[in-house]
Write a protein that binds this ligand. Structure first.
Ligand code: PFF
Length: 454
């Protein structure tokens, strides 16, 4: 068993792999999209609070369950709490992983498409109308998005079939820092554009009256999504963590890196956004694909930087898609004793099929592009159900499990089994037992009330 699962090469390698899972489209695409939709700086503020009181405590909790049990999510709950129904949380995570992978890979596919469009010089001149039309060509015809989706899932499946450590460790070390440096460079350009001030205000000066339950739900969902929490990804990654490594400091590194990349992505998008005619923050999933090309057209060497940027973003996305596919794969390998490649191919294929409606929801099929009554596209609907609600419910259950079922004492014993003291253990105990679950329950009840009772 031990041999078949393998472990991370070192603490640094683990941090890189976990950061690779965390940093992805969630930071560069989803964070600006949600910030734009939910009122800008007010959302950013709630997001930061959510990272601290929900995100980091849960990251520690998932890694600890994983390292303690050395299992996939279903096996882990069964190992700690045999005979109970807690393993259902593991199944919820596995299903969520497949669904998130399905639409996430659609966006990753657009990014791949943009590598070619940018490299071909199509954005030269920065004609805003042309940039909008290019987005349509890449996303709204019935074939290209499906082909791009296929490419992303095929690469992901290939890497996962070879084993997660072999697949991930090498990639993140050089490329993630490079992506970050590029983002900082782009942020500087965006911040110095004529008319950028309005964007800076929108992004950084919060209007507290905008905070409502949708903003809070969105921000908690974003904190979880961005840190790959609530569906057992970090639990699974923790299961490959050797008993020597320090969970607390690793968690902080991952969380700070993740939030740093998201925040910088916002500094790229919003100042530039307000200088573009006819584009509003509420643009939705297409936002960054309409703003970034304008910035690339305004910097020297934009073609090279733009192409490099989309290549790096593709890689960041793939280090996340592999973590999404790893969760269900680990389940079939551990529990059903399937071969790794067989599990990966089957699950990759299912995700591909599930992704097709999302791929067709930017105009490819009218019904999917604006679903009657709710009036949103299918991809956004999938993101709300799986990327927000399911992760929130999964996280709530994981917090209750660690806080009340397994017990914080057992968890702290596991964390401290390295011999190193867990510095903020009392704070963490209070958070995971009371504050994290309460915050989630209150906001869930509030939403249900607003939607169904009022
Ligand atoms: N955290 C990834 C991102 O921000 O792009 C997405 C993700 C990966 C979400 C793995 C959930 C997950 F389990």
């Amino acid at each position: 068993m031990e041999e078949r699962r393998g472990t991370w090469g070192s603490k640094l390698k683990f941090i890189l792999a976990a950061a690779g899972s965390a940093i992805g489209l969630g930071n560069v695409w989803r964070f600006p999209t949600y910030t734009g939709l939910h009122g800008g700086a007010a959302f950013v503020l709630v997001y930061i609070i959510a990272v601290c009181i929900v995100g980091i405590p849960l990251l520690i909790a998932e890694l600890t369950i994983g390292r303690h049990t050395q299992r996939n999510p279903v096996g882990a709950f069964k190992a700690i709490s045999p005979g109970s129904k807690w393993f259902i949380v593991g199944y919820l995570g596995i299903i969520t992983g497949v669904f998130i992978l399905s639409y996430y890979s659609v966006i990753a596919g657009w990014v791949v498409g943009y590598v070619f469009v940018t490299a071909s010089g199509s954005f030269k001149g920065g004609d805003e109308e042309l940039i909008r039309r290019i987005f349509e060509v890449v996303t709204s015809n019935p074939y290209i998005p499906i082909l791009l989706l296929f490419i992303v899932i095929a690469i992901t499946t290939y890497i996962i079939s070879r084993g997660v450590q072999k697949g991930i460790e090498g990639w993140t070390k050089v490329l993630m820092p490079l992506l970050f440096i590029l983002l900082i460079g782009l942020a500087i350009r965006s911040l110095t554009l004529h008319g950028a001030f309005k964007g800076i205000q929108f992004y950084l000066s919060p209007d507290l009256s905008k905070i409502d339950s949708m903003v809070i739900i969105g921000a908690i969902g974003q904190a979880l999504f961005s840190l790959s929490l609530g569906m057992g990804t970090m639990l699974t990654y923790g299961s490959y963590l050797s008993k020597k490594e320090d969970i607390f400091s690793s968690s902080l590194w991952v969380a700070v890196a993740d939030a740093g990349v998201a925040f910088t992505a916002g500094l790229v998008i919003f100042p530039a956004l307000f200088t573009i005619h006819g584009l509003s923050p509420e643009e939705g999933p297409s936002l960054i694909f309409k703003v970034l090309p304008v910035i690339f057209s305004k910097i020297p060497g934009g073609l090279i930087f733009g192409t490099a940027f989309f290549i790096l973003l593709t890689i960041a996305a793939i280090t996340s898609t592999i973590s999404l596919l790893e969760v269900p794969t680990a389940y079939f390998v551990d529990e059903k004793k399937w071969k790794r490649w067989k599990s990966a191919i089957l699950l990759g294929f299912i995700s591909f099929l599930l992704g097709i409606p999302s791929a067709l929801s930017m105009g490819g099929v009218k019904f999917l592009s604006s679903i009657p009554i709710i009036k949103i596209d299918f991809l956004s609907l999938m993101d709300i159900i799986w990327g927000n609600l399911s992760l929130i419910i999964g996280s709530l259950l994981i917090a209750i499990f660690v806080g009340w079922k397994w017990g914080v004492k057992n968890a702290v014993d596991e964390i401290e089994s390295t011999g190193k003291k867990f510095a903020l253990k009392n704070l963490w105990k209070v958070l995971i037992k009371f504050i994290t679950p309460l915050a989630i329950i209150i906001i869930l009840l509030n939403t249900v009330y607003n939607y169904f009772v009022k």
